[in-house]
Design a binder for this molecule. Structure first.
Ligand code: SAM
Length: 396
């Protein structure tokens, strides 16, 4: 752990300047409130109840700042605890929270292995951290011990195939330079990297870019001394072994085997996902949500009673593109995905405002209820697997 802490003291990750908070909010999964609600609470969380949050391994604060800002914007009460080993990272996260004048955040320096002493929490964000622990299962167990019944975990862990080229370089740089302090390690690794041939997988992998962005990114991707990737089957297995069950991946469409093959009738769902991951070859992270295995999945209300939210696309612009049958392909990492939505569903998209139920949206169109529900089904089937449509009553 000392090596990992030394790294993040020398190179807080990701590289962030608190002054940039005046210009933009960095958004990403997990830990977007409507997405959390959709996956963990059936879109029915009572947001008048304060959300007790742990950001475990919060780094320079991306997930922390996003969650604190979005909950404040929605006027929803929360108490957020930030936890990280690195004091240098914490300073940046603190400055970002201060720059935005956000309140209700407590900062702790320490290990998530001790999270059980800090809980209970209704939601735990753990993004890009567990794969850096010597024993990721111990980390998952500690987080499980900090979670309140009915709560949930938002995770991101590395996946192997989309990171092609990374691990041989990490191994080489650790063999060559692992005895040096972080700054010297980086200097030598960069010099060696410059000689890596153009045909090396790292130079051919369009899924990766961190090493080109900043020293912290280069170190985190290529010089890390404690880093492992999980194939989807391994990840779901370690979740199960430590008392968790998968609630869902944010982009379940990535794991859909029907995009590649006729699915053998006797193939179980996890094997299908594992084979799809192998065939797709581009998944570099698994991003999703998990709940305690002893918590039942929430009963979902009738579809028409649910309140839909679109991702960041403005509904009017998306509706216009769909009506004109000119929906551009969706960019997922380095891939382009074609999404098919019937043109007749355009008025339904235009009616989404985060407050209306599906039934109210249908009523606001010239579509009858049967046709409206049929088209809604097609719309949802096209958008939900790509994390572009969620259900949540947070704004109601
Ligand atoms: C790759 S960064 C991710 C930061 C942040 N979650 C994000 O997604 O931007 C990993 C962070 O985990 C922290 N970390 C690693 N092991 C930890 C542990 N056992 N307890 C708490 N934090 C840890 C590191 O200090 C580092 O800030």
């Amino acid at each position: 752990m000392t090596d990992v802490r030394d790294q993040y003291e020398a190179f807080p990750y990701p590289a962030r300047d608190p002054a940039d908070e005046a210009k933009r909010l960095i958004k990403g999964s997990p830990s977007i409130p409507v997405e959390m609600d959709h996956h963990l609470w059936g879109g029915q969380r009572d947001w008048s109840q304060p959300l007790r949050v742990l950001v475990a391994g919060g780094g320079t604060g991306d997930g922390l700042v996003q969650l604190a800002q979005l909950l404040q914007d929605a006027g929803k009460p929360c108490q957020i605890t930030y936890l990280d080993l690195s004091t240098a990272s914490r300073k940046i996260a603190e400055a970002r929270i201060a720059a935005r004048k956000l309140s209700g955040v407590m900062f702790h320096t320490g290990s998530l292995l001790d999270a059980g002493e800090m809980g209970p929490f209704d939601y735990i964000d753990c993004c890009g951290v567990l794969h850096h622990l010597p024993d990721p299962a111990a980390g998952l167990r500690a987080l499980h011990g900090a979670l309140a019944p009915g709560g949930g975990l938002g995770f991101m862990v590395y996946a192997p195939y989309g990171r092609a080229g990374v691990y041989p370089l990490q191994a080489a740089f650790n063999t060559l330079y692992g005895h040096l302090p972080p700054k010297a390690r980086l200097k030598h690794a960069k010099a060696s990297f410059a000689q890596v041939p153009d045909a090396h997988a790292i130079r051919r992998n369009p899924n990766l870019g961190d090493h080109k962005q900043s020293d912290a990114g280069f170190y985190d991707l290529l010089v890390h001394s404690q880093d492992r990737a999980f194939a989807v089957g391994d990840w779901v297995e370690v979740l199960a072994d430590t008392g968790w069950s998968l609630a869902g991946f944010t982009r379940a469409g990535l794991y859909d085997l029907t995009a590649f093959a006729d699915v053998p009738a006797d193939m179980d769902a996890l094997t299908q996902m594992a084979v799809a991951e192998q065939l797709r070859g581009t998944i570099k992270t698994h991003v999703g949500y998990a709940r305690r295995a002893d918590d039942p999945a929430p009963a979902l209300p009738q579809l028409v009673a649910r309140i839909p939210h679109l991702g960041d696309a403005p509904p009017a612009a998306l509706a216009k593109a769909v009506a004109a049958d000119k929906l551009p392909p969706l960019r997922v990492g380095a891939e382009q995905i074609t999404v098919n939505i019937p043109t007749k569903a355009a008025p339904l998209i235009a009616g989404i405002n985060g407050q209306r139920t599906v039934a109210e949206i249908i009523t606001g169109t010239a579509l009858g209820s049967a046709e409206g529900e049929r088209l809604w089904g097609k719309l949802a089937a096209a958008l939900v697997p790509w994390g572009l449509l969620h259900y949540s009553a947070i704004l109601r």
